[in-house]
Design a binder for this molecule. Structure first.
Ligand code: GTP
Ligand code: MG
Length: 195
């Protein structure tokens, strides 16, 4: 996929703020700090369009990025960040749930997990929830560059088993640092977005 144009559109806190041009939307879900914003930057070959930070919980709204005139990436608030209040977490949860269940433009959810660790309880719950509702899903295991090559297969196996993935389920090992998995992921994205 050749990205000629990428631009930040809006940090949406209410559904009325979502774009209304009907372009396909690809959502990124995952724990805070897993690397969602970094993955967007890598996919579009920009250093810092999607804001990344060492401080977890930075992304608190649905952040829309428009790619060419083709699609939107929708960067979700990271789940599992302990320092936000219960009320705030509940409010985000409701907003995300509504988006995921009702947004016609949503064509694919990229659920991101950290390659270094076994998926957390929340990763598993999120994965089950997405599958239970039949949402189109690809699991992306990121920060692959942090695992020595000889141990990658083992980490992949642990993640797949923990999430109960089967052979047909979409799964992409990825590194925002090195660009590993970029082509494979674009392939999946363009197929789902039908572009
Ligand atoms: P929130 O917006 O807080 O939910 O976080 P996020 O999921 O958007 O994570 P972000 O992209 O900001 O990355 C968090 C940290 O992990 C940053 O310091 C990134 O540089 C680092 N990081 C992300 N992806 C990778 C990767 O593939 N490899 C390595 N080595 N570091 C990464
Ligand atoms: Mg982010």
């Amino acid at each position: 996929m050749k990205v000629n144009q990428s631009e930040f559109i809006i940090s949406a806190v209410r559904p009325e703020q979502y774009p209304d041009d009907g372009l396909p939307e690809i959502a990124l879900a995952g724990r805070s700090n897993v690397g969602k914003s970094s993955l967007i930057n890598r996919l579009i070959s920009r250093k810092n369009l999607a804001r990344t930070s060492a401080t977890p919980g930075k992304t608190q709204q649905l952040n829309y990025y428009k790619i060419n005139q083709d699609l939107y990436f929708v960067d979700f608030p990271g789940y599992g960040y302990a320092k936000v209040s219960k009320e705030q977490r509940f409010a985000w949860g409701k907003m995300m749930e509504k988006y995921l269940l009702q947004r016609d433009e949503l064509k694919l959810v990229m659920q991101m997990v950290d390659m270094r660790h076994e998926p957390s309880k929340e990763d598993k719950m999120m994965n089950e929830w997405l599958r239970h509702h039949g949402l189109p899903l690809v699991v992306v295991a990121t920060k692959m560059d942090k695992i020595p090559k000889t141990r990658r297969a083992k980490h992949i196996k642990v993640i797949k088993e923990a999430l109960g993935l089967r052979s047909g389920d979409l799964f992409v090992p990825f590194s925002s640092e090195e660009g590993l998995g970029k082509e494979e992921l674009w392939d999946i994205i363009t197929r789902h977005a039908r572009i």
